[in-house]
Design a protein around this ligand. Sequence first.
Ligand SMILES: Nc1ncnc2c1ncn2[C@@H]1O[C@H](COP(=O)(O)OP(=O)(O)OP(=O)(O)O)[C@@H](O)[C@H]1O
Ligand SMILES: [Mg+2]
Length: 470
Amino acid sequence: MIKKGLFSKMVATFTLIISISFIIIATFLSYWFEGYYFQQRKAQINSESGIIGKAAVEYLEGDISSYRLREILTYIGNYLATDIWLLDNYGYVYSVSNDKQKKLIEKQVFTNELEELRKGNSVEKRGAYGNIFVVPVHTYGMPIFYNGTFKGAIVMHTSINEIRGPLKKVYEIIWASAVLAIIASCFVIYYFSQRIIIRPLAQINYVADKISKGEVDKRVNINSKDEIGALAESFNSMADSLEKIENNRREFISNVSHEIRSPITSIKGFVSGMLDGIIPKEKERYYLGIVYKEIQRLTRLVNDLLDLSAIEAGEFNLRIEELELNEFIRLSVIKFETKIKDKKINVNVCLDDEDLFVAADRDRLVQIITNLLDNAIKYVNEGGNVKINTTKRGKKAYVSIFNDGPCISEQDLKKIWQRFYKEDKARSSKVSTGLGLPIVRSILTKLGEDIWVENVKNKGVKFTFTLTLI
Ligand SMILES: Nc1ncnc2c1ncn2[C@@H]1O[C@H](COP(=O)(O)OP(=O)(O)OP(=O)(O)O)[C@@H](O)[C@H]1O
Ligand SMILES: [Mg+2]
């Protein structure tokens, strides 16, 4: 499809260009050629006019017969392929070279032009000549002077077709070479368009088709330094990001399925155990408790996923209001009281003296602080310290949450923001999904805020995020 379309368009364009240039060349050439030919003709006629003029004078003087004069005229007329007339000083014809024009003898053919001739100038005309010459002729008249007196004129008519004959030959040559040039350029165009445009485009097309069918690892291999090369390059980078998205999607689905499968498997196992009677009646309550926890975990997972996809799809309408940050933090810490006591954690809340009014969405802010506190409490050592800090700097409030414990390795520092990423898979698999931090970061990004993590050397980990003060 592409091949035929582009090629025929290019051939049409080139044919047009070649034809136009050849027409221009032919026009110029014929113009020049005609001028040149007439010039040559005039020179020839001028050189012959001496002989004719002499013969005319001899005739007028009575030295030669009219027969002899006509003989001379006929001879020269044939030789130059022109019709020659001799006029007397009143413009009357008295001799012609061509027998067919004998009836013109004794007729006056020149009147107006006679004045010019009398002055010694030659006259020149082009076009049909009365009813004598139907086809256009080139007429050239020269005066004859003898001893200083005007003795009449020589008039020569050359058929313009006579001149155009050789010109036709030139045209034929021009057109033949135009056709040859068009054929040759077809071959050249075919070769180059194949190499430069058609084959690369076909390759891009082929790869695009493959990618659309799911083979996202396919790339085009074009290294030219032109626009097609640039197209191939951007095509490849588009394919790269498509591949990345596709891989993310696959990984995401496998992660989600994996996370959902384990609670479902255990729920299924316990429930079927109870139904089959393998689990004794008195233990049913205990196992129901486990099943309930698994269901809670599933619910949390599904809610987290829905939240995350809603935030990322931009379907989340943040209800921004004025919130007092310190108060929020106090309330959030209280929610974790039991966990804090269980783990014997020492929580140190150090809040800014002033009230910090920030612009945020109430529920989302709770989610951020809860997720970060949950992590701190989860990853802090038994009996360790958790420190929560708020400060004001410029137009921003900074909230940092620190906990004692092992530092996060350099490579994990970037990965912890990815969905489903858990540093220690064995330890946290039961309680974690690895969606906490991605949710926190998505919300903060939506709010136009920032969050980062740093290792406090040999002590622990500190997460800090910003909020805008009102
Ligand atoms: N305060 C922290 N101290 C040490 N490591 C942390 C801390 N917070 C997060 N991490 C690391 O980052 C990983 C990702 O945290 P994230 O909150 O996203 O998931 P999670 O806590 O494992 O699961 P979820 O929050 O969904 O229950 C954690 O598994 C942990 O390895
Ligand atoms: Mg977490």
